[in-house]
Every structure is written in structure tokens, then in C-alpha cells.
Ligand binder design. Structure first.
Ligand code: B12
Length: 223
């Protein structure tokens, strides 16, 4: 960890400068030195925030966002990272249907949440990106999950999230599951607007909430 602190800023800068080769090199070095994969992901995420700011200030363009996405995916695809996301326990504690809502193509945060949930022994049915409410409902009826997870990184997708919850209501299945919305712009207020049971700005917090829900359900004898 002490070793990682020395290169952490270098890694953040390499991500924000879109220096793919350097990011891979630094990540591999850190992993070899025994750095926790989650600490590396946190640093990469910090670099992504800078990329977002540079895009907002028109220093970066859409091609740069694409490059940033590719770099993050490359880091997530490194062997030690995929090992981290490998389900360690075959006994599943709960089922989750997950997807990025209609209008949104961002999937990196969703994929991190999926990986962490699988590591924590959840079965995850990942529907992908740009998922219309009808597809969410179809899969909920088919798989009867304990939890529905919706990802939405674009601020205007809160309406798409609200529509999914409305459709769950209409289909008469809203009270059969918990709903969590994820995205770093979400707040308590827009969570209430969406009608979700909880929200998380961070995949790690989301997993904690889901673990709590499963514990409650078990205590109530429903599992
Ligand atoms: C990479 C990227 C892209 C890539 C996405 C590649 C991919 N495969 O995902 C591409 C190039 C496709 C893209 C496109 C666009 N993008 Co973009 N993109 C980004 C960027 C740089 C990084 C996003 C990212 O992956 N971050 C890293 C991950 C880990 O973070 P995250 O997604 O937020 O996920 C975390 C949490 O949100 C949470 N989480 C996420 N999902 C879930 C789900 C659950 C259930 C839970 C519990 C938690 C959870 O956990 C994660 C961390 O632990 C951001 C900038 C930024 N700082 O976010 C802009 C950003 C999101 N994009 C933006 C924009 C504007 C666009 C475009 C509209 C640009 C355009 N003009 O075309 C398009 C939209 C396309 C579409 N319809 O979706 C804006 C959004 C602004 C807004 N107010 O909505 C941002 C914020 C940039 C900016 N600052 O302006 N983008």
C-alpha cells in the first residue's frame, strides 16, 4: 500500500491524460506489489472524474470519453481484476436483475456493481445498457429477483428510472422486490422522485445496502 501511494497520483494523471500504455503499466506494477484491486479502481475512477471535467470544459471531446471508457475496461479486464470479480461462493444469497436504463449507454459503473455483487454471492442477471422499462418488467416477472438494480449516469435518465418503477407498479410486482438506483449524480430527493427504495453514488455503498436487505429478509424468515 505504501508503494501504491507513491504511484497513485501518477496513475490518476495517466488516466486523465488518456495514456493507455502508462495506465496498464502502473496498474500491473501495483498489482504485482500486492495493492488491493479496489484501491486501484478508486484511483482510476478519480482520473475519470477529471476526464469528465475536461469534457465539460470543452478541452476534451467525445472521442476522448470513448478512449477513457476503453482504458477503464482494459483495467477491469486484467487478470487479477477479473479474479476479484469472480464469485467466490457458490451458495447464492439473493437474485438481482440489473441494467442501465433507456437512453443511457454507460456501463462501466454497472459492471463494477455487478462484479462486486457476484463477489458477495448474489446471482446477477445483467440485461445490458439502454434497457426499456418493458424489458425490465419482463425479466422481473421471469426471474422473480429480490432486487432490481438500475444504473443511470446521465442526469436526465432519472425519468427513465421513474418509468421503470411506475411499470413495476402497473404490473403488480412492485412490492415483491427492493429497487436500488445507482449513479453518481443521484440524491435523496431524486431517489424519492424515482420511487426507488434506495440509491447509491458508489457501487460499494450499493452492495452494502443490498446485503442489509438480504439480512432483513432472512431475519423475517422470507429466505
Ligand atoms: C466513459 C464515458 C463515456 C463513454 C461510456 C463508455 C462505457 N462503456 O460506459 C461514452 C463515450 C460511450 C460516453 C458517451 C456519452 N457521455 Co459520457 N462519460 C464518460 C465518463 C468520462 C466516465 C464514465 C465512467 O465510466 N465513470 C467511471 C464509473 C466507475 O463511474 P460511474 O459510471 O459513475 O459508476 C459509479 C456510480 O455511478 C455507481 N453506479 C453506477 N451504476 C450503478 C448501478 C447501481 C445499481 C449502483 C448501486 C451503483 C452504480 O457506481 C460506480 C462507482 O462505484 C463520464 C465522466 C464521469 N466523471 O463520470 C462521462 C459523462 C457521464 N458522460 C457525459 C455525456 C454528456 C455523454 C454523452 C451525452 C456525450 C455526447 N455528446 O454524446 C454520451 C451519452 C451516450 C449515452 N446515450 O449514454 C456526461 C454526463 C453529464 C450529465 N449531466 O448527464 C459526463 C458526466 C461527462 C461530463 N462531465 O460532461 N461517455
Amino acid at each position: 500500500m505504501a508503494e501504491f501511494l507513491k504511484i497513485k497520483q501518477e496513475l490518476i494523471d495517466a488516466v486523465s491524460e488518456l495514456d493507455e500504455e502508462k495506465v496498464t503499466e502502473l496498474t500491473e506494477t501495483a498489482l504485482r506489489d500486492g495493492t488491493e484491486p479496489l484501491d486501484i479502481l478508486e484511483a482510476v475512477n478519480e482520473g475519470m472524474l477529471t476526464v469528465g471535467r475536461l469534457y465539460e470544459s470543452k478541452t476534451y471531446f467525445i472521442a476522448d470519453l470513448i478512449m477513457a471508457g476503453l482504458i477503464f475496461k482494459e483495467v477491469l479486464g486484467l487478470e487479477q481484476m477479473t479474479e476479484l470479480f469472480h464469485a467466490r461462493n457458490k451458495n447464492k444469497i439473493g437474485k438481482v436483475v440489473l441494467g442501465t436504463v433507456q437512453g443511457d449507454l454507460h456501463d462501466i459503473g454497472k459492471d463494477i456493481f455487478r462484479g462486486l455483487m457476484e463477489t458477495n454471492s448474489f446471482e446477477v442477471i445483467d440485461l445490458g445498457v439502454d434497457i426499456p422499462k418493458e424489458a425490465f418488467i419482463r425479466k422481473v416477472i421471469e426471474h422473480k429477483p429480490d432486487i432490481l438494480g438500475m444504473s443511470g449516469v446521465l442526469t436526465y435518465t432519472i425519468d427513465a428510472m421513474k418509468d421503470v418503477v411506475g411499470a413495476l407498479d402497473e404490473a403488480g410486482v412492485r412490492d415483491q422486490l427492493k429497487v436500488i438506483a445507482g449513479g453518481n449524480h443521484l440524491t435523496r430527493e431524486n431517489c424519492a422522485y424515482i420511487g426507488a427504495d434506495a440509491y447509491a453514488n458508489d457501487a460499494f455503498d450499493g452492495v452494502k445496502i443490498c446485503l442489509e436487505w438480504v439480512k432483513e429478509k432472512k431475519n423475517q424468515g422470507e429466505l
